[in-house]
Design a protein around this ligand. Structure first.
Ligand code: G6P
Length: 614
C-alpha cells in the first residue's frame, strides 16, 4: 500500500503533491511527507493524515519545482514521524519514497552498518536510500546507475521515487510489484509520477505504466526508460479515460456514499455491450477467444481477498448452477502458499478491484507457472493483474475511492453472472429460454437497484439509529446469499468497528446461536425465492431467543415481515441477482451506523484500499 506522487516541471510542485496525496490517501494514512528540491532538499513529514502535513507546512518555505510526496500504511516500524517517508541518505543528499517491502533489508542494513552507516528509522526504505548512496560513492557511478545496481541487490516489492539535491529537475522512479504511473505533460514541460492515475488526470491524459523491473529517468525535460538489466525500453503511451468528476465527491459527504449511489450506473456499465438479449449471444471476447479451452475445462478456481473473495463465493454458486462445472474459491493468501494442485485444464480467475493486491497477484503467477489459464476480473484499467493474465474482463465500475468496497463488489458479481452464463452457453448447459429470462432480468437490474436505493433510504436510517450502539451484529443468508451475509458483516466491521459475523443461516445453530439475546441484531437475507421456508425457520430460531430481526425481504412478502423487528423490501428478481439487490441496503446500513458513530467511513482505521504487501 502507501501512495506515492512526484512532480518536476516549470510549476511549483507543492500544490500538486498535496492534492495528489489526498487522492491517494485511500492507500494508507498512517503518516504523510513531502520532499522538495529548492537549492537544497527540504523534507517535511508528519504522523497522521495529509491534513496534518498541511498544518505542519503552514508558514514554511515550500517552494520548488521538483518534489515528491508519500502517504503511508505502516509495515516496518510503527507509524510515527521518524518512520514516515521520505527517507534521506546518510549525507542527506538523496531522498526516497517507497511503496512495498524490501524483504532482505535486514541483511543489507547489517552490511551498511559495518560500513559506517547510521539509521534513524526502523524502515526497510531508509536502508534502500543508504544503499544507493553507498553504491554511488564507492563505485563512482552516477545516480541512475547507482539506483539500477541497488535494485539488483534488492529482494521484494517496490515502487520508488528518488530525488537528489545535486540533480535539480531529475526524478528517478522504478517499480517491481507495486504500481507506478508516469504522466507526461504537454510538450514535455512537466512530468508526474504516482501510484495510480488519479493525481495526474487533471494535468495530462498521456501516461505510461511502468512494467516490473523498469526504471524511469526524467532529466532535462526528457523521459527515458530502461530495465534494471540495463536494456533501454521505448515506453508505450496510454491515453487516460478516467474523468475528473469520477474521482471527486460530487456533492456527497463521503466517497462511500457516492459510490453506493453510483451503482445503477456502475452495474449497467459492467454489463454494457456484453450480451445481446435479442439473439441471445455474448460479446465477451475473453470468453469467445478461449472457447475450446472452456469446453475442455475440468475446474475453475477463483482467488481473491476481502470483498473480492466474497464476490468469488457468489461466482461459485452461479457458475456451478449454470455451467455445471466444479468451482473452488480460495483466499489468495492461502492458495499461494499451500502448493495447490493445478492442471492445464484449470481456469484460475482472480478477482480484484485494484488489480494490485499482492497475494492475488502472486496466486495468479503461481497458477500461470503451473500451466493453468489465468483470467482477471479487475476494476482498475492497466493495473498489474490484467497485465499478466491470458484473458479477462474489466468491471468498468469507475474509480472506487472509499476504502470499503461497494460498487466494485456489485460490478464483480454482475460480471461473474455473465461469465457463468457465457461458460454455460459455450458448454451447452443452458437453454435458450433460461438465457432469455436471465438476460431480461439483467437488463432491468440497474432500475431495480435505483428503486432499492430510493425505497430503503428512510428505513435504513431508522434501523441505523436504533442499532448504532450495538456491540455485535450477526448476518445470515443461505445459498448464494450466504456470501452476501459475509459481505454485509465485513462492511459493518470495517467502517463502524462493530464486531459482526456472517454465517450460513443454518450453521447458526452450531455456535453463534449461543450469542443471541435481546441485544443481538440479526440481519437476515430472506428473499421469497431460494430457500425461503428454511430461512423462515432460521428466523424463528432467532426470535425464540429474543434476537432482533432485520430482514431483507421480497416486496409484498408479509410473512417474514410480520415476524421481523424491521424489514427492508427489495424487488423480486432472479435468484442469481438477489445478491446484488440485497447487498445495497447492507452497504447503506453500515454507512449510516458508521457516520452516526463518528467514524471516518472513507478511511477506516488500520485499513487501506490497495494492499500491495502480503
Ligand atoms: C483491502 C480493501 C478491501 C478489498 C481487499 C481486496 O482489504 O480494504 O476493500 O476488498 O483489499 O482488494 P482488491 O483490490 O484485490 O479487490
Amino acid at each position: 500500500m502507501c501512495g506515492i506522487v512526484a512532480y518536476t516541471g516549470s510549476n511549483q510542485a507543492f500544490d500538486f503533491l498535496i492534492k495528489g496525496l489526498q487522492r491517494l490517501e485511500y492507500r494508507g494514512y498512517d503518516s504523510a511527507g513531502i520532499a522538495l528540491l529548492n537549492g537544497g532538499l527540504s523534507v517535511y513529514k508528519q504522523k497522521g493524515k495529509v491534513q496534518d502535513l498541511i498544518e505542519l507546512t503552514k508558514g514554511k518555505d515550500v517552494h520548488g519545482t521538483t518534489g515528491m510526496g508519500h502517504t503511508r500504511w505502516a509495515t516496518h516500524g510503527e507509524p510515527n514521524q521518524i518512520n514516515a517517508h521520505p527517507h534521506v541518505s546518510q549525507n542527506g543528499d538523496l531522498a526516497v519514497i517507497h511503496n512495498g517491502i524490501i524483504e532482505n533489508y535486514a541483511t543489507l542494513k547489517e552490511a551498511l552498518l559495518k560500513r559506517g552507516h547510521e539509521f534513524e528509522s526502523d524502515t526497510d526504505t531508509e536502508v534502500l536510500i543508504h544503499l544507493i548512496e553507498d553504491i554511488r560513492n564507492h563505485e563512482g557511478v552516477d545516480l541512475l546507475e547507482a539506483v539500477r545496481l541497488a535494485l539488483n541487490e534488492v529482494v521484494g516489492a517496490y515502487a520508488i521515487v528518488i530525488l537528489s539535491k545535486n540533480d535539480p529537475g531529475t526524478l528517478i522512479g522504478a517499480r517491481k510489484g507495486s504500481p507506478l504511473v508516469v504522466g507526461i505533460g504537454k510538450d514535455n514541460e512537466e512530468f508526474f509520477m504516482a501510484s495510480d492515475a488519479t493525481p495526474i488526470v487533471e494535468y495530462t491524459r498521456d501516461v505510461i505504466y511502468l512494467e516490473d523491473n523498469e526504471i524511469a529517468h526524467i532529466a532535462n525535460g526528457e523521459l527515458k526508460v530502461k530495465t534494471i538489466q540495463n536494456v533501454e525500453k521505448t515506453p508505450y503511451i496510454h491515453k487516460l479515460e478516467v474523468t475528473l468528476e469520477a474521482i471527486e465527491k460530487g456533492g456527497y459527504e463521503h466517497f462511500m456514499l457516492k459510490e453506493i449511489y453510483e451503482q445503477p450506473k456502475s452495474i449497467y456499465d459492467s454489463m454494457r455491450g456484453r450480451f445481446n438479449k435479442n439473439d441471445l449471444t455474448f460479446a465477451m471476447r475473453s470468453l469467445r477467444e478461449y472457447e475450446s479451452k472452456i469446453k475442455n475445462l475440468n475446474r475453475i478456481i477463483i482467488v481473491g481477498c476481502g470483498t473480492s473473495w466474497h464476490a468469488g463465493l457468489v461466482g461459485e454458486y452461479l457458475i456451478e448452477e449454470f455451467a455445471r462445472l466444479p468451482v473452488e474459491v480460495e483466499y489468495a493468501s492461502e492458495f499461494r502458499y499451500r502448493d495447490p494442485i493445478i492442471t492445464e485444464d484449470d481456469l484460475v480467475i482472480a478477482i480484484s478491484q485494484s488489480g494490485e493486491t499482492a497475494d492475488t497477484l502472486a496466486a495468479l503467477e503461481l497458477a500461470k507457472e503451473k500451466g493453468a489459464t489465468i483470467y482477471g476480473i479487475c476494476n482498475v484499467v492497466g493495473s498489474s493483474i490484467p497485465r499478466i493474465t491470458h484473458a479477462g474482463a474489466y468491471t468498468h465500475a469507475g474509480p472506487e475511492i472509499g476504502v470499503a468496497s461497494t460498487k466494485a463488489f456489485t460490478a464483480q458479481v454482475t460480471v461473474l453472472t455473465l461469465i457463468a452464463l457465457g461458460i454455460a452457453e459455450i458448454r451447452g448447459k443452458i437453454t435458450k429460454e433460461r438465457l432469455r429470462q436471465v438476460f431480461a432480468e439483467l437488463e432491468v437490474l440497474p432500475e431495480k437497484v435505483e428503486h432499492v436505493l430510493k425505497n430503503c433510504a428512510d428505513k435504513v436510517l431508522e434501523i441505523s439509529e436504533r442499532y448504532k450502539d450495538a456491540e455485535n451484529f450477526l448476518y445470515l443468508g443461505r445459498g448464494v446469499n450466504f456470501p452476501v451475509a459475509l459481505e454485509g458483516a465485513l462492511k459493518l466491521k470495517e467502517i463502524s468497528y462493530i464486531h459482526a459475523e456472517g454465517y450460513p443461516a443454518a450453521e447458526m445453530k452450531h455456535g453463534p446461536i449461543a450469542l443471541i439475546d435481546e441485544n443481538m441484531p440479526v440481519v437476515v437475507v430472506a428473499p421469497k425465492r431460494g430457500y425461503y421456508e428454511k430461512v423462515l425457520s432460521n428466523i424463528q430460531e432467532v426470535k425464540a431467543r429474543k434476537g432482533n430481526i432485520i430482514s431483507i425481504v421480497t416486496e409484498g412478502d408479509d410473512k417474514v415481515k410480520s415476524i421481523s423487528d424491521y424489514a427492508i423490501e427489495i424487488p423480486d428478481t432472479e435468484d442469481c441477482l438477489v445478491p446484488i439487490l440485497a447487498t445495497i441496503p447492507m452497504q447503506l446500513l453500515s454507512y449510516h451506523i458508521a457516520v452516526m458513530r463518528g467514524c471516518n467511513v472513507d478511511q477506516p482505521r488500520n485499513l487501506a484500499k490497495s494492499v500491495t504487501v502480503e
